[in-house]
Design a protein around this ligand. Sequence first.
Ligand SMILES: Cc1ncc(COP(=O)(O)O)c(C=O)c1O
Length: 402
Amino acid sequence: MTRLAERTTRIASSPTMKVTATVDRLRREGVEVIDFGAGEPDFGTPAAINEAAKAAIDQNFSKYTPVGGAAELKRAICDRYRTDYGVSYQENQVITTAGGKQALYNTALTLFNPGDEVITHAPFWPTLTEQVKLADASPVLVPTSAADGFAITSGPILAAVTARTRGIIINSPCNPTGALISEAELTVLAKEASRRGIWLIVDLCYEKLIYDPTPHNLPAVLDRHCRELSVVCGSASKAYAMTGWRCGWSIGPAPVIAAQTALQSHATSNVSSITQKAVIAALTGSQQPVTLMLDEYRRRRDSLHQWLTDDPRIRCAKPAGAFYLFPDLREIMAAAGFADTNALAQALLDESRVAVTPGEAFDAPGFVRISYATSMENLREGSRRVLEFVARHAPQPQAAPR
Ligand SMILES: Cc1ncc(COP(=O)(O)O)c(C=O)c1O
């Protein structure tokens, strides 16, 4: 038997990435699949960002940089947050990382000890809880409810606090639900976190993807009420269509950032130097590409939501942010006799060639995550196939003749 370290037995590999791998395999085998599983923008990286990377290559910007990133990149992040949120951070309060994922990983490993409890809201992005486990701490899940659009509120989170609570992780906009925490609810959490000495970590990786005018200045709330006990994790991946470039960041108190830098110095060192130049261009250049992508995502969200809810048994709140719908299929599953959403998703893939991510991946059986980071044409055809699949497996009861 292969003898692996015990920590590897505590975690499962990313279920969302599994869907991507299945779609890739089927496509290589020549099978045409509509992919609603993707957790990444379908847009290309904006041209000005690509140009900056090409220039970096031509200028041989190809050496190690400081572990936490070049000073120019850190300044660009501080400036972006000052412009967008009115908060002021210095370079020693920022580290750049290989995606938001590493920012969150560094944060978990530098803040949590064995035996600590870390609260987050469910349904949740599975990496958040797996990272807590890798830090030898225990995730504590607080459910949110489909009935109110999965709103993230302070009451149930604070009710879950115990003497062992060391941290609270908020993901807003949330993957997979697209829900937000309001500034007022985060204020309650921030004040309590400050009073009780609990870390408040906010994953803002989808911060640029909020569709309707909604106050969402979470960095300012943290700055005002618990600056010394909070960490913001952000990313260039979703906002600038840069998932493959791998650049994210943590922003927080200088000692936390110093600890994250020491950790990263023995793991991955700096983010690719070429990527750093590209992200500087993304953060300091025109933000119009972000607005254009946002407008297109909004159109897709509205259309897909309308098409799918054509069958009233597909219950789905219209999400405020990110690029996923998270419909409740429990009525259909019961009518069709699927044991769980894994079985439903597999049948949908086998029979209709549509890939979705089953809710089990996010601790939400009965729901599926449908990504609308794909073309309108795919959304139209994919939703047609989903409705046809549903009609076949769970025919609508006919109205009794009068
Ligand atoms: C909620 C959430 N946070 C963070 C990330 C990290 O993304 P990246 O590492 O590409 O920046 C993701 C990616 O899917 C995510 O869904």
